[in-house]
Design a binder for this molecule. Structure first.
Ligand SMILES: O=P(O)(O)OC[C@H]1O[C@H](O)[C@H](O)[C@@H](O)[C@@H]1O
Length: 518
């Protein structure tokens, strides 16, 4: 059994450190006292550079956090995941999204026996999927690609297709339909012609109600518009190809139950992205992810970026008591970044019981939220600078733009830098309205350029940082039972909306149902 963070000898030490020094730490003073603060709290990692120095911690605190990670056997936890142990205990599954980006034939010391054959299957499926992607990419008869999926079967490919728009196949449009609300699908269908559209029905389980409703409507629309050849125009991306066949979709690309939905961009679920950026680009994404996996696997804890970020997350959540993290990508292509991270972190670590089912006495996942910079600055950054709560900010900036327009990118980068600076430095004024308290924390992640490789590394960094905080909190980061109750009740209420039966319902639900029936 691994220790949870609160069972370690460092936990009381961290509590004491927070009440004596931690809560009083002033970043301006900390920089004045330590000429090496930036050097110590910043580091390179594959494809990116991270500055953690404008955060409310110091070296002794970080050292205690690292010792706590050692007491929790974080490295053994990590290796258990990488080697294929069934660490998703409530579902009895391994957690092997890292295998999806491992080079063919690569064996790690400690791999369980099933890993080598699984890796061979991964590459056979990847090769077939990417060959298909390149065919579709080169096929001028296909102008529109529609990804139908929700949650992990939407957020990853959607975010990444937008982020890597500079690599998009010329002449192709990409659409993402996730909501069961017909307004979304109807708006997309209006733009399409059946003979030039490729529908990708993305669902690990092939049971998700929203996706099944949208897939059926697309099949009906296709037939209604005189579309022929469903086999050419519909592809399923699923771990349940038989369920896809039952719906009439014969071509499918598979993946495995050890790939969680929110970790599935790297699998066949990434087909929309692969068509957009091509096989070579998709392999670049995998290579970037793998480079970060290797960093996570081999770097000493004190120089391991996902570990340092995960420890900072625990320090902020459990000692400072910060309830959220604002994410601000300073790149318009990353406009779905916060939505993507919301599922990754909040569905993974939004848990109130330990892996063995006991109620925890401390807080877990923060709320993640945000918008691209500079837009957020003109909306909610007011609260970051002068609000009553301290809200840590995480900036992603990209040094080189992928467009030739003069005068734009410097403005964007200067704003990213200015926000982090302003939050920390503040500005004293006797007039309260003009007073900026400063000492507000931010993390700065910097990519050289937004490429498949750097995006892959950035995503894998976030996956592993979520793993680190989840492991220290002692929770199962890989199940999501909290989404089930609403699904069951929605099925019941859909029938009641038709029948009008309100028996056994609470008065509010019954009253609203009555109104919804009109
Ligand atoms: O890919 P699917 O099986 O359709 O699942 C889509 C999504 O819905 C589920 O309810 C989960 O909350 C998500 O983790 C998952 O990504």
């Amino acid at each position: 059994m691994f220790l949870r963070c609160d069972q370690t000898p460092q936990w009381p030490g961290l509590k004491a450190r927070f009440s004596h020094e931690g809560k009083r730490l002033d970043l301006r003073q900390a920089f004045a006292d330590d000429a090496q603060r930036f050097a110590h709290f910043s580091q390179a990692a594959p494809h990116l550079f991270a500055d953690l120095s404008k955060n409310l911690w110091d070296r002794p605190t970080e050292a205690l956090l690292l010792d706590m990670a050692r007491s929790c056997c974080l490295e053994q936890h990590r290796d258990a995941m990488l080697h294929g142990e069934p660490i998703n205990t409530t579902e009895g599954r391994a957690v092997l999204h890292t295998l999806l980006r491992r080079p063919a034939g690569r064996v790690l010391p400690g791999d369980l026996p099933g890993i080598a054959p699984a890796l061979a299957e991964v590459h056979a499926t990847l090769d077939a999927m990417l060959a298909f992607a390149d065919r579709m990419r080169a096929d001028d008869g296909i102008t529109d690609v529609v990804n139908i999926g929700i949650g992990g079967s939407d957020l990853g490919p959607h975010m990444a297709v937008l982020a890597l728009d500079a690599c998009r196949a010329p002449g192709k449009r990409f659409h993402f339909v996730s909501n069961a609300d017909g307004h979304e699908l109807a708006g997309v269908l209006r733009l399409l012609r059946p003979q030039s559209t490729l529908f990708l029905v993305a669902s690990k389980t092939f049971t998700t109600a929203e996706t099944m409703t949208n897939a059926r409507s697309c099949l009906a629309w296709f037939a209604g518009q005189g579309g022929a050849d469903v086999a050419r125009h519909f592809v399923a991306l699923t771990a349940q190809p038989d369920a896809a066949k039952a719906l009439g979709i014969t071509r499918s690309f598979g993946f495995w139950d050890w790939v969680g939905g929110r970790y599935s961009l790297w699998s066949s679920i990434g087909l929309a992205l692969a068509i957009s950026i091509g096989a070579a680009g998709f392999r670049g994404l995998l290579a970037g992810g793998h480079a970060m996996d290797e960093h996570f696997r081999t770097a000493p804890l004190a120089a391991n970026l996902p570990v340092r970020l995960g420890l900072l997350d625990v320090w902020y959540r459990n000692f400072h008591g910060f309830t959220s993290r604002c994410v601000a990508p300073y790149h318009a292509g990353l406009r779905r970044w916060s939505a993507y991270l919301q599922q990754l972190e909040m569905e993974s670590n939004g848990k109130r019981v330990s892996a063995s089912g006991y109620a925890l006495a401390y807080a877990t996942s923060p709320v993640l939220w945000g918008e691209p910079g500079t837009n957020g600055q003109h909306a909610f950054f007011q609260m970051l600078h002068q609000g009553s709560d301290v809200l840590p900010l995480e900036i992603v900036a990209v040094r080189k733009p992928a467009h030739p327009l003069v005068g734009h990118h410097d403005q964007v980068l200067a704003n990213a830098l200015a926000q982090a600076q302003a939050l920390m430095v503040g500005k004293a004024s006797d007039d309260g309205h003009h007073h900026f308290p400063g000492n507000r924390p931010s993390t700065f992640l910097l990519l050289e350029a937004l490429t498949p490789e750097s995006l892959g590394a950035l995503i894998a960094l976030q996956e592993h940082r979520v793993f680190v905080s989840g492991a220290l909190w002692g929770i199962n980061s890989f199940d999501q039972w909290g989404v089930e109750l609403g699904k069951v009740l929605a099925r019941d209420l859909q029938q009641r909306l038709a029948s009008g039966d309100t028996s056994g319902l609470d008065a509010s639900t019954a009253g609203l149902l009555h109104r919804l029936r009109g």
